[in-house]
Design a protein around this ligand. Structure first.
Ligand code: SF4
Length: 321
C-alpha cells in the first residue's frame, strides 16, 4: 500500500515537473510582470523626482536588483509613514546638468492650480510628511520661491498636521528675495543639494556655483531661523575621497545639519557615465565620517536619495517641523 502510494506520489511529482513546466514558467512570468506593473502604478519604481531626478527605470543592470528591492521596500515604508515627494513648477528645467534626465528648455508659467491640487492630494492620501521639490526656474524673478511658499501654506491650511521639507534650486540671481519669501511659509526642513564635489561642477553641473550653493545653505540658516538644513551628494562620478571629505567639511562650515550620500546612476544615454560603483562597505565608511564631522542626521547608502527617510527626526534634536 505504502509502495503504491509512493509510486503515485512520484508519478504526480514527475508529471508536474515536466508536463506543467511551461505553464509554471508562464505563470511565474505573468506574476513577475504584474508585480512590476503594480510597483510602477504605485509609483514605487520611481525613486524620486528631485533636483537630481533619477529614475529607477534607467539604472544599470548591476544596480537594478538591489535598487528594485529597495524601491519596493521603500514604497512599503513610505506608505506606512505617509511620506511623499512631489515635483512642482513643471517638468522643464532652465539648467542642463549632465547627471540628470530632466528636459532642459523654456518652461511655461507656474500652474496657478498646483497648490490646491497638491492640498487635495495630501488630504486624500493622508500624507504626514511632504517633500516638495522643483526644477530650476531661472526664468522667474524669484526663482519660484513664491510658488513654493503658496504650495506649503495652501497644503498646511488644508492639512494642519502635515510636516514639510522643501528641496529648492539655488535661486542664483534672487537668493535674498527667495529666502524672504520662503520665510512666510515656515516651518520646514530646508534642503538644497550640492550634488557633487566642486571640481566636477564644470563637467556635471554647468551653470551652477558650488560656493553659491554653500552660501544659500548658510543664508537659509540666518534668514529662516532655527530650521534644519540639508544637502545631498552623489558618489561615482569620478570624485576623490579627499574632495568628498572637503565637501562634507564645507557643508558643516555653513552649519548644514542633514546629509544624504548616494550612488550616481546614469539616467539616460546622454548622461555622464558612472565612473565607479561604491561598495556598501565604503558607504558605511562615509556614514561614519559624516557623523564624525557633526551632521546630526546622515543617510549614506547606494540607494540613498534626497528624500529617502526624510521624515526621520534627529535622534538628538527634535525639530518643530
Ligand atoms: S537643476 Fe540640474 S539637476 Fe536640477 S532638475 Fe535641472 S537639470 Fe536636473
Amino acid at each position: 500500500m505504502g509502495h503504491v502510494a509512493q509510486s503515485s506520489l512520484l508519478g504526480s511529482v514527475r508529471a508536474f515537473t515536466y508536463k506543467d513546466f511551461r505553464l509554471l514558467w508562464l505563470a511565474s512570468l505573468v506574476s513577475l510582470v504584474s508585480f512590476f506593473m503594480v510597483l510602477i502604478a504605485r509609483g514605487w519604481l520611481v525613486l524620486e523626482r528631485t533636483d537630481s531626478a533619477f529614475l529607477v527605470t534607467a539604472v544599470s543592470a548591476i544596480s537594478m536588483v538591489p535598487m528594485f528591492f529597495f524601491s519596493a521596500f521603500g514604497g512599503v515604508i513610505a506608505d506606512r509613514l505617509n511620506r511623499r515627494t512631489v515635483l512642482i513648477l513643471g517638468e522643464i528645467c532652465t539648467r542642463n546638468c549632465k547627471f540628470c534626465s530632466v528636459a532642459a528648455g523654456k518652461p511655461g508659467p507656474p500652474d496657478p492650480t498646483e497648490a490646491d491640487r497638491l492640498a487635495e492630494m495630501t488630504a486624500r492620501m493622508g500624507v504626514s510628511y511632504l517633500v516638495i521639490t522643483s526644477v530650476n526656474r531661472d526664468d522667474l524673478p524669484d526663482g519660484g520661491a513664491a510658488h513654493f511658499r503658496d504650495c506649503v501654506n495652501t497644503v498646511r491650511r488644508r492639512c494642519p498636521g502635515t510636516r514639510f521639507e522643501i528641496l529648492t534650486p539655488d535661486f542664483m540671481s534672487s537668493e535674498e528675495r527667495a529666502l524672504a519669501t520662503l520665510a512666510e511659509a515656515l516651518p520646514f526642513v530646508f534642503a538644497h543639494n550640492v550634488e557633487t564635489v566642486p571640481s566636477l561642477y564644470s563637467v556635471a553641473r554647468q551653470g551652477h556655483d558650488y560656493r553659491g550653493s554653500l552660501a544659500l545653505l548658510r543664508k537659509a540658516k540666518e534668514v529662516l531661523g532655527p530650521i534644519q538644513t540639508k544637502s545631498s551628494i552623489m558618489l561615482g562620478l569620478g570624485e576623490r575621497d579627499d574632495e568628498v571629505i572637503q565637501t562634507l567639511r564645507d557643508l558643516r562650515s555653513v552649519q548644514c545639519d542633514r546629509l544624504t550620500i548616494g550612488q550616481y546612476l546614469k539616467p539616460s544615454r546622454q548622461s555622464l557615465d558612472v565612473v565607479e560603483y561604491i561598495t556598501p562597505e565604503k558607504f558605511r565608511w562615509w556614514q561614519d565620517r559624516a557623523q564624525e564631522l557633526g551632521f546630526s542626521w546622515v543617510f549614506a547608502a547606494p540607494f540613498a536619495r534626497s528624500s529617502y527617510f526624510a521624515e526621520q527626526e534627529n535622534m538628538s534634536q527634535k525639530q518643530a517641523v
